[in-house]
Write a protein that binds this ligand. Structure first.
Ligand code: PGA
Length: 241
């Protein structure tokens, strides 16, 4: 199975020129990579970046209508976007996204023909209370209600990638240990169809990236901060080879 390395630019950068620079710097150096490289910039940059697989960082659960400020999966698909990140902890925390909303978004995204990078992960508090497994199971089960098993027609699991992102590891420099990541990935496998790709995210750098793939059993990486530096992101991509 092909590894997948995803760049999550979050709400960065602030100009078109910077976006093009990061994108071109990335594109020109990953042509030989055997992993699938996906760049998820803010919506506004999606139409101007060409030559790598693109993903969005969010999408709405209705196709169109009176929903001021929203962007639908159908619009993204029409633009040539292939992936969408759903359930990121920053959306859960700052925008009140519940498991139910995330489930609606995943179903609509799949129906629109997008592939979904579905983020799950425990907070520091939940980890401290030894509730990691309970949280992961609930997020996965509730987020995928109504989604057919692999091999099903539309809305299938075959187009879902699970991103294990411990919330305490995101943007903190405190990346999850290989042992703990392996434990989470093995646990997640109990709730997803065989063959579902499970990737890791949370303070990934070129120093630690290779070990997640080679030692923790991750099928890829979701990279935030480090993906804004093309040179560093390219090193991460190459570490998965
Ligand atoms: P980080 O973000 O790599 O900056 O920790 C990862 C993410 O939030 O997807």
């Amino acid at each position: 199975m092909k590894k997948i390395i995803v760049a999550n630019w979050k709400c960065n950068p602030t100009t078109e020129e910077e976006a093009k620079n990061i994108f071109e710097g990335t594109k020109n150096s990953v042509t030989e990579a055997t992993s699938e490289v996906v760049v998820c910039p803010p919506f506004v940059f999606l139409p101007i970046l060409k030559g790598l697989v693109l993903g969005a960082q969010n999408c709405f659960y209705e196709e169109k209508g009176a929903f001021t400020g929203e962007v639908s999966g159908k619009m993204l698909k029409d633009l040539g976007v292939e992936y969408v990140i759903v359930g990121h902890s920053e959306r859960r925390k700052y925008f009140g996204e519940t498991d139910e909303i995330i489930n609606q978004k995943i179903k609509k995204a799949l129906e629109s023909g997008l592939k979904v990078i579905f983020c799950v992960g425990e907070t520091a508090e939940e980890r401290g209370l030894n509730r990691k497994k309970e949280v992961l199971e609930a997020q996965i089960r509730q987020g995928t209600i109504g989604i057919s098993a692999q091999g099903g027609p539309a809305f299938g699991w075959e187009n879902i990638i699970i991103a294990y992102e411990p919330v305490w590891a995101i943007g903190t420099g405190d990346n999850c240990s290989i042992e703990e990541t392996r434990d989470s990935i093995d646990f997640i496998k109990l709730f997803v169809p065989t063959g579902t790709r499970i990737i890791y995210g949370g303070s990934v750098t070129s120093e630690n990236s290779g070990a997640y793939i080679k030692e923790a059993g991750a099928d890829g990486l979701l990279v935030g901060g480090a993906s804004l530096n093309a040179e560093e992101f390219v090193k991460i991509v190459l570490s998965a080879e």
